[in-house]
Design a binder for this molecule. Sequence first.
Ligand SMILES: [Zn+2]
Length: 330
Amino acid sequence: MDFNKITGQREVIENLKRSLSEDRVSHAYIFSGPQGIGKKTIARIFAGLLLCDDPHDGATCGRCRACLLIENGTNPDLISVNADGSSIGVDQIRAIQGDAVLRPMYSRRKVYIVEDAVKMTVQAQNCLLKTFEEPPSYVVVILLTTNYESLLETVRSRALHMQLRKYTRDQVMQALRARIGGSRHVLELIAGYADGNIGQALKLAESSEFSMLRDRLFDLLPGVSSGRTKDIFELTAFLEDNRDNIDVLLDIMLVYYRDLLAAKECGESMLINSDKKDIILNNARNCRSSRIIECIEAVGAVRGALRQHANYQLAVDWLLIKLQGQNKKG
Ligand SMILES: [Zn+2]
C-alpha cells in the first residue's frame, strides 16, 4: 500500500504523511468527499502505514506480519465498521468500544474505519464521542462520509477533517489510462461523465454496456422531449429492462441535458458527448434553457428518490412525465 501511487489528493496525503513522520497522529479523523472519490482507499493506506512495522515515505513494507495480515483481510488491529442494514446504530459503536479496550495484537496501534459514517444514528454519534474524548492511547478512528455537515458538531470538533476534492478531468484520464487503457476519445468521454470522480469513472469504464446504453438513450431522448408517444413507450420499457443499470442511465441522461445546455450557452466546444454533437445541436436549437434545467433537476430528483428506496416504477413514470414536451423554442 503506497500513497505515492494515488493520483491527486496531494494536500490530504501530504498532511497524513507529515503526521506519521512527525508522530503526531490524531485519535480521530473524518475523511469526507463524494462517493467513489477514494476515501476508503486513502483511509486503508493510512491504516496500513499506522500498523506496518517498517513503512517508508508513504509506503508500507508489504512483508511484516501486520502488512501480510492486512493483505489477507485478517489483521485484528484493523477493523472496518459497516452499516448494519440502513444505519449504524449505538450497538455497533458499543461493540467498537468493547473491542478498543483490548490492546493491539501486532502493532503499536489499532485502527477503526467507520464506512458510511453518514449512516450513524445520533445516539451512535453521541456514544462515539466517549471514545473521542477518552481514547485508549493506541486507538485511531477514521470516519468516512459523503456528507461532513451531517455529523454532529461535537463529533466534527473532535476529529481532524480531511476533505477529498474532485479530480480534474486530466487526473481522471490519467488514472483510467493507468488502470484500464483505451483510446483517448473513450477516456475523455468517460472522464467527462465521471465529473471528477475516479471511482465513478472506473465503474463506467468497466460497465461493458455503457456505450450501448448511451447510444440507445441518445436515440430516444430527443423524441421524448418532443412528446413522441412511440419514443416515450420505448424509453419506459428500456428503463424497465435496464433497471440494474439505472445509476449509469441517469448519469447518461444528466450529461445529455448538460450538453444541451452547454450547446446553447457556450457552443459546441464544451460538449462532453462530442461524438454526438449533431443530435445535441439539433435538439438544443429546439429547447428553452429553462426547460432543460427542469429536466436536469428531474433526473437529479429521481436519483435522490431511488437512493432513498422509492418505488422504481413510480419514480420512472414521474420522470417520463417531466421530460416530455420540452421542445418549445426560446
Ligand atoms: Zn509492513
